[in-house]
Ligand binder design. Structure first.
Ligand SMILES: [Zn+2]
Length: 160
């Protein structure tokens, strides 16, 4: 069930409030909620500095909580409201989680203005791995493929 449009500002306001509370707690100024069938199933905020976890962005934190609550790794049928346009990591997490739709408040340009420059990472993705500022060295492919072979042959695997 899609969120009724009149409820969308309510969910975004919640994400914004979580972002504001995060600042007070010592986290980054980002909040998010995951909504399913018009109900908030999880809410979260940035915990990078609070948990010493560079992956603890608001969206990732909230996706983890939503998956735990719903007992699934697949958030199809869910929507995410985030106080800021997702960074590349969070955007990828949203895709991996199969979330249906993203609503965002601030833009990545707004985030850049206060020191959160993820446009830099977006630009890096377009470069060849060896041209990126963090160099990626490709080696031992043959040995690495063994895990893929095991996966392919595993009839009990859970595709995601
Ligand atoms: Zn992020």
């Amino acid at each position: 069930m899609k969120t009724k449009s009149e409820n969308q500002p309510k969910f975004m306001k919640k994400a914004i409030k979580l972002a504001e509370k995060s600042v007070v707690k010592g986290g980054g100024p980002f909040g998010a909620v995951v909504v399913k069938d018009g109900v908030i199933v999880a809410q979260g905020h940035n915990c990078v500095t609070l948990h010493n976890d560079p992956t603890a962005h608001a969206e990732v934190t909230t996706i983890r909580k939503a998956c735990k609550k719903l007992g699934t790794f697949d958030l199809s049928g869910c929507e995410i409201y985030t106080s800021c346009e997702p960074c590349p990591m969070c955007l990828a997490a949203i895709y991996w989680a199969h979330i249906d739709k993203i609503y965002y408040g601030c833009t990545k340009e707004d985030a850049k203005e206060i020191g959160f420059d993820d446009s830099f990472i977006y630009d890096q993705i377009d470069l060849k791995p060896e041209k990126r500022s963090i160099q990626a060295i490709h080696f031992m492919r043959k040995e690495s493929l063994e895990a893929f072979r095991l996966w392919n042959e595993n009839d009990n695997r859970i595709n995601y």
